[in-house]
Design a protein around this ligand. Structure first.
Ligand SMILES: NC(=O)c1ccc[n+]([C@@H]2O[C@H](COP(=O)([O-])OP(=O)(O)OC[C@H]3O[C@@H](n4cnc5c(N)ncnc54)[C@H](O)[C@@H]3O)[C@@H](O)[C@H]2O)c1
Length: 324
């Protein structure tokens, strides 16, 4: 049994990761300051004796937080750093908190990793590639990022976090790796978090037209959360990923317009669209090259877009509480 620490545990991805780790017999300590997450996401986890929740800020006092974790849970053997606002609406409202979660928060995890001799996995993002000029994006691509644009608090702080991981690896003493996560969707995304999947589902299920920015030709690739979580765990378990960056996402690209049509088809409503102007710095194409994950981890997404959307829509329909 492994003792795992998950930061951002009450968030969308973090809570699914906690559930998966508990299912496979790990002891899990989850940290979250609930800035964008919701304890509702941890309802199942909190019933388990193998789970301990610490409400705390990974960007605040690192020594106090580490001591508190040691006292209330125990030193971890593997640390998953997911704490950070992640949706454009959230990081636009919380730019400083976002930058601190990915700078000081990442350093907290790396220092804790050094102190406990624990493995560290840092959750970065496809936003590290900015508005990419290469398609699909391989890990070796350096990206095309506007350092002062409206998304820069997120993109640049994730890039800073990646640089911090690379520096600790270079200095030695920490077994760390970075995953660049591409658009992921599934149950527990907040309906109002501004990301395209919950937006479309909320609009389609309430009979509203679907909002499309620009002409709908921009593409996205969507990965179902269970596939992502499986990739994150494999990546943390693998010795072969030490010091590396690994893309995790679904390489199947869909123009946003086509995606809107699929959502409406599954929900069973006619497609109606409301067009809005494309926001600045919105990437026109984003698609992962997952050769590295395939080769090192034998990982590839398994859940089809229709299947994943069906599961997500079913979960939204049966949810009694809409988080926040
Ligand atoms: N969901 C995606 O499609 C996606 C894509 C790329 C990268 N990621 C990355 O995965 C991670 C999780 O994303 P998500 O979609 O679950 O977002 P989320 O907002 O649902 O979860 C983030 C969690 O981190 C917590 N948090 C934020 N700052 C914190 C701090 N300083 N201390 C403690 N907790 C803090 C929030 O309260 C929240 O529970 C993020 O790092 C994000 O950048 C997600």
């Amino acid at each position: 049994m492994t003792r795992a620490l998950v930061t951002g545990a009450a968030g969308f991805v973090g809570s699914h990761l906690v559930d998966a780790l508990l299912r496979s017999g790990h002891q899990v300590c989850g940290i979250d300051n609930l800035i964008t997450g919701d304890l509702e996401n941890l309802t199942e986890a909190r019933k388990s004796a193998a789970f301990h929740f610490v409400q705390g800020d990974v960007a605040a006092d690192p020594d106090a937080l580490r001591t508190r974790i040691e006292r209330e849970a125990s030193a971890a053997e593997v640390i998953f750093h997911l704490a950070s606002p992640a949706s454009p609406i959230d990081y636009a409202a919380l730019p400083i908190e976002t930058m601190l979660a990915n700078s000081r928060g990442t350093q907290f995890c790396l220092e804790a990793g050094k102190h406990w001799d624990a493995r560290v996995l840092y959750a970065s993002t496809s936003e590290s590639y900015g508005d990419p000029l290469e398609h699909p994006q391989r890990e070796t691509y350096w990206g095309n990022v506007n350092p002062v644009g409206p998304r820069s608090c997120y993109d640049e702080s994730k890039r800073f976090g990646e640089a911090m991981v690379a520096a600790y690896v270079r200095l030695g003493g920490v077994d760390a790796r970075t995953v660049r996560i591409f658009n992921t969707y599934g149950p527990r995304m907040r309906k109002n978090d501004g990301r395209v999947v919950p937006n479309f589902i909320a609009q389609a299920t309430s009979g509203q037209p679907l909002t499309i920015y620009g002409n709908g030709a921009q593409t996205r690739s969507f990965c179902y959360v269970d596939d992502l979580v499986r990739g994150i765990i494999l990546c943390a378990e693998s010795d072969r990923t030490a010091g590396l960056v690994v893309n995790l996402g679904n390489p199947e690209e869909h123009p946003i317009g086509d995606f809107a049509a699929i959502v409406c088809d599954i929900v069973g409503v006619a497609l109606r669209i409301e067009s809005r102007e494309l926001p600045p710095d919105d990437p026109t194409r984003r698609c992962p090259d997952i050769s590295r994950a395939r080769e090192l981890l034998g990982w590839a997404p398994l859940v089809s877009l229709r299947e994943g959307l069906q599961r997500t829509i079913d979960a939204y329909r049966t949810a009694t509480v809409v988080p926040r």
